[in-house]
Design a protein around this ligand. Structure first.
Ligand code: API
Length: 287
């Protein structure tokens, strides 16, 4: 089957975007993985599939597949690429759209100056929302409902890291580090991603607090490895930092691939993610 696609990125987090609003695109996990493969396929961190909505009041449905072919709930940088894509393709004339995802509805908005802001919905913190197996950890740690001690088996020995658990629809475990550049992302990222206490795996964030309005962030993403930026990871890190009293909204998030901005008023308020979205090239391939 011929597949037409658009290659895009948001702060270096790159995507293959497919318009399935007219003709459905149903592929196996192995076929999605092959498309995302950087040697045998087109190459991308995630594949975004644009579909007709199922839920009343929504403009589109949004399916997300990671580099390993796994389908996931949410993608913040992808949401900005999504609204740019449907606008450029003439699939909508609205500048603000409602998009249903596997878990919830998001509202990306094209601003007059060309920037894009996404209402990512409210964060959730209950371990069951990730999911996280808190058995034996005795519920929220004493006096602190933001961080959990996570014992991690290393190649030699073990280490307990303190992670803040945030669901943005997809799961995040965020830890504070002194310096993002020297953070143990390569070593600890995969160990946290596949930790037994995360039955559906997890995105592992490493956040350096520069000041109360600025962080540097690296994310080892579930199913994709370290990416140059992670939108939901930026949301989760800022929310965690605000809850821990380290940050004040809005927060500038410096990722390796570019700058994002996250705002959150606390409680059940939605998290707003702003940043770039770039179309790189169009193409077609056989699947
Ligand atoms: N890069 C995406 C994150 C994709 C999340 C995916 N790695 C997962 O949850 O498994 C973002 O900008 O939010």
């Amino acid at each position: 089957m011929k597949l037409t696609f658009t290659k895009m990125h948001g702060a270096g987090n790159d995507f293959i975007v497919v318009d399935a609003t007219t003709n459905p695109v149903e592929l196996s996990a192995a076929q999605w993985q092959r498309l995302a493969d950087r040697r045998f396929g087109i190459g991308a961190d995630q594949i975004l599939v644009v579909e007709k909505p199922v839920t009343a009041g929504c403009d589109f449905k949004y399916r997300i597949f990671n580099n390993d072919g796994s389908e996931v709930e949410q993608c913040g940088n992808g949401a900005r690429a999504f609204v740019k894509f449907v606008t450029e393709k003439g699939l909508t004339s609205k500048d603000s759209i409602r998009v249903e995802t596997m878990k919830g509805i998001i509202s990306p908005r094209l601003e007059a100056d060309g920037s894009i802001t996404v209402d990512m919905g409210a964060p959730r913190f209950d371990p069951a929302d990730l999911p996280f197996d808190a058995a034996g950890l005795g519920g929220w740690p004493e006096g602190d409902d933001t961080t959990w001690p996570l014992p991690v088996k290393l190649a030699v020995g073990a280490k307990t890291v303190f992670v803040s658990l945030v669901s943005m629809g997809n799961p995040h475990a965020v830890q504070v580090v002194a310096d993002a550049d020297t953070a143990p992302v390569e070593e600890m990222g995969p160990l946290i991603e596949r930790h037994a206490r995360f039955p559906k795996r997890v995105n592992a964030g490493f956040m350096q607090v520069v000041d109360r309005g600025h962080i540097r962030l690296r994310v080892y993403e579930r199913g994709s490895g370290e990416t140059l930026a992670c939108g939901t990871g930026a949301c989760a890190a800022v929310v965690a930092g605000i809850r821990r009293g380290l940050l004040d909204s809005p927060v500038r998030v410096s990722a390796r691939g570019g700058e994002l901005s996250v705002a959150w008023a606390g409680g059940d308020a939605p998290v707003y993610l702003s940043g770039p979205a770039v179309t790189v090239f169009e193409g077609e391939t056989e699947v």
